[in-house]
Design a protein around this ligand. Sequence first.
Ligand code: F6R
Length: 614
Amino acid sequence: MCSVVGYVGKNRSRSFVMEGLGRLEYRGYDSAGFACLNPDDHRLLYAKSEGRLDNLAKELDASPIDGFISVGHTRWSTHGISSAQNAHPHFDSQKKVAVVHNGIIENHRELRAQLEEAGHVFYSETDTEIIAHLFEVLLLSHKTFKPALIDLVNKLEGAYAFICIMQDNPDQMIIVRKRSPLCIGIGDDEMFVASDALAFAGKTNKVLYMPDESFALIKKDMLELYDFKGQPLHPPVQILDLDWDVHEKMEHDHYMLKEIYEQKGVIHATIDFLRNLGNRVWDHIGVSQDYVAKLDKINLIGCGTSWHAARIAQFYFEQICMIPTSVHLASEFRYKPFFTENNALYVAISQSGETADTLEALRLINSTEIPTIALTNVASSTMVREAGGFLLTQAGREIAVASTKAFSTQIATLYWFAHRIALAKGLISQQQMEQAESDILVAAEVLENSLENYKVAIAHTYAKKYAQYEKAIFLGRHISYPFAMEAALKLKEIAYIFAQCYPAGELKHGPLALVDDKTPIFVFSTQDPLVYQKLLSNTQEAKARNGHIVVFAFDGQEELCALADVAFIMPHVKPLLSPLAMTGVMQYLVYSIAKELGRPIDKPRNLAKSVTVE
Ligand code: F6R
C-alpha cells in the first residue's frame, strides 16, 4: 500500500501535496515522488527519491518545481525494490502522462509482455508503469478519454487506485478506483484527491468517497464520475468534520512512547463513549437486540495485532456470553470454504478500518445474510462504510506503525461488548454490566501504574540486557497465549529481534530443544488458578534446562517469580482483563529494547501503518 495525493485548482499545489503526503506517510515510506505541469508551457516536471519524504522535500527545495495541477506519492514496495527508479510517478513512452498508484495490478506480467512486444520500453520494475503505457496505447486508438478509460479499467486486474495527469490536457486529472481507497475533497475552484481524506483535512469538509469500480474526470470546478461501464454516477457528497491537529510527540522521543502513555486516558474515553451509547448501541452495530439475544455463533476476524485482540476476546465471548466463537485470520479467510451460519455475527477488527485482507473478508461475508460489524478506530474508514454496523474505539490517531493504544482499546471494547451481549441475553444484570465497566477502568489504572513502577528499571537495566540477545521465546497459556503472541510480534517488529511464541504446554512437544543461555524465555502468567499451576510446571521444565526466565506475573504468584531471573509483578485485576494489565510494561520493555538498539521505532523498516494490499 502506498499513498496517492493530487490537486487541480486555483493555487500552486506543491506545498499541499507534500503536506498531504506527510500526513499519509503512515501508508508507506520506501520512496516518494511528485509531478506537476509547468504553468507556463504545461511541460510535465517531476522529482523522485528513495526513502522518506524528507529526501524528496530536500530535492524539491534544491530544484523547485510547482504547478496548478500535480500528483504525489509515497511508496510501500510491492513490485520491485525500493529505489528512485521504482518510485512513482511513472510515465508513458513519451513522458506526457504521469501516474501515481496504490494497489496491485495482478495481470501486470502479461500486460507488460504484450506492451514490450509492441515496442514499449519500461524503466522500472513496477506494475504501475504498465498503466501509463497501456493508457497511452488506448488513448491513441480511442481518441477520447472516456472510452479509453473504460477499456483500460477492463484490462487491468487487481485492486488499485490511481491518479493521472497529462501534458496534453493541462487542466484535467483522471482518477480511478477499484477496491483500494480513494476520495475527492471538493473545494472552491479546487479539487483535492487522496487515498485518505486526512490529506486534505482543514482545506475542505466536502468529501466524495469514490464508489468501488469507478473513475472520475476532474477539473478545478468540474467532477464527472462514471462506473466501469461508463454510466454516470452521483453518489452523495458527505460533509465531514475532518481535523488535522498537529500531532506533537510532546516531550516524548517517539510517537510510540506517547501512545503507550496515552492508554489509560483513551480506555476511559472509549468506555465513556460506549456507556453513553445506551440503547443506541444496536443502531450503531446494525443488529437488533432481539437478534443479539438469539446469537448462536460469533466470528472475529482481523490481522496482526487486531487478530491478537480477537484471540483474547474469544475468551470473553465464550466465557461471558457463553457463545461459541471462532477467530479468523483475514489473510487466510477467503481461501478456505465458507459455511453460512444461522444466528451468527461477524466482527471485523481493524485499527485503520482499511486493511485489505480484512476488508476483502468483510466483503465476502457481506455477500451473505450474516450481519457484520466493523470494530475500528477510524470513523471515516472504508470498513465503517461497508460493514452492516460499527463500534468505534476512541484511541485517537495512532501514528507509530506498531499498534499500542489501538490494541488496548480494542480489548477494552470487546470486553465491554461481550458484557453488553450477555446483558441482552439476560445472562448478567445491569449492575454486573456497570461492574464490568469499572473493572476495565481498574485494569487501565494497573496498566499505567505498573508501567510507572518499572519504567526506570526497564530503561536503565533491562533494555540494555535484553537488547543483547538475537532471539527470544515467548510463552503464555489460555488468555495469556494470544497476549504473548502480541508481545513477540512487537519485539520482532520494532527491535528486529526474532521472537517465537508458543502456548507454554507445547514446549515439551519440541521447542524445549531450543532452550539455551542465548535465548531468554518471556513467560506471561494468568490469574486462573488451574492454568497458573500448569504454566508453573511448564516454566519449571524450561528452568531445569538452564533457561533464562523473565516472567510477567500477578501478586501472590511467588512460585513462578522464584523461577524467574527477572519478574514484573502486577496487582490483581479481573482475570479476563489480565492482558490489559500487562500491556503497559510489556510495550515499554519492547520499546526500550528497540531504543537501546537505535531502531527507527515509529517507522520500522519494510512496514507501513495501513496495509491496503492483500
Ligand atoms: C502491529 C500492527 C499490525 C496491524 C495489522 C492490522 O503492531 O500494527 O500487525 O495490527 O496490520 O492493521 P489494522 O488493525 O489497521 O487492520
